[in-house]
Design a protein around this ligand. Structure first.
Ligand SMILES: Nc1ncnc2c1ncn2[C@@H]1O[C@H](COP(=O)(O)OP(=O)(O)OP(=O)(O)O)[C@@H](O)[C@H]1O
Length: 214
């Protein structure tokens, strides 16, 4: 699903200098776009706005042909649950649930039946080499394992859009490669993949690259 933003601006406080200003861009299905920029340039802010977790001060956001700022909170939540997966830098798993249940829950919220959700979630945990940690809670997982579970949680609903905020920032190189490979595969399969990253070298290799300035 295409994500288009037009003249987006965001101020965290009225009267403050905008954190992001006049950003317009279209992210196409089947592509992986890296958003880069110095620390504080607004990469996370932009991602949170596009993922409908933060309302911009001005500008428009479209998912496909839907102007999302015209929707109420419930409709936005539904749209996000159905169509988007988000990978945070620190996994941000639900600490009260097992690894498997974190993934199952995301599928359930997207409307997938319990049995299918458990099957799909188990298959993903197997694929990412963390099936043996399925019944463990996040506090018992390593950073790399937690991030793989977070990736499973984002992928389980086969999302049209994947947002990832520094998804490999805390990972060893082997786990980081798995995350990047997976994000590329999702784009190759038709998803719109948008990744905020400090990894300029990697981003330079991508045809799709949005640079924010300070
Ligand atoms: N909730 C908030 N309230 C006020 N200011 C905020 C808030 N969140 C972020 N900011 C400020 O907005 C600016 C952009 O932050 P953001 O996290 O989007 O940048 P970033 O490019 O992702 O940074 P980094 O690369 O360090 O993660 C920073 O100056 C930050 O201090």
């Amino acid at each position: 699903m295409k994500v288009s933003i037009s003249t987006l601006e965001h101020r965290y406080q009225p009267g403050m200098t905008p954190t992001i200003s006049a950003i317009s861009h279209t992210f196409e299905p089947g592509t992986l776009t890296c958003i880069t920029g110095p620390s504080g340039s607004g990469k996370s802010t932009l991602l949170y706005i596009m993922a409908l977790m933060l309302t911009p001060s001005a500008g428009t956001i479209q998912w496909g042909n839907t102007s999302v700022q015209q929707l109420n909170d419930a409709s936005r939540s539904r749209l996000r649950a159905m169509h988007a997966g988000f990978v945070f830098q620190d996994a941000m798993l639900d600490l009260s649930r097992t690894a498997l249940d974190n993934v199952v829950e995301a599928a359930r919220i997207a409307g997938i039946s319990h049995n299918v959700a458990v099957e799909d979630a188990s298959r993903l945990l197997e694929r990412f080499g963390v099936a043996h940690r399925a019944q463990h809670r996040p506090a018992e997982l390593s950073g790399g394992q937690a991030q793989r579970i977070a990736l499973c949680r984002a992928l389980v609903k086969d999302p049209d859009i994947i947002f990832a905020d520094e998804p490999t920032g805390n990972l060893d190189s082997e786990s980081a490669e798995i995350v990047w490979d997976t994000l590329h595969q999702a784009a190759d399969a038709g998803a719109t993949v948008i990744v905020a990253t400090h990894d300029r070298d990697r981003a330079e290799k991508h045809t799709h690259h949005l640079r924010l300035s300070e």
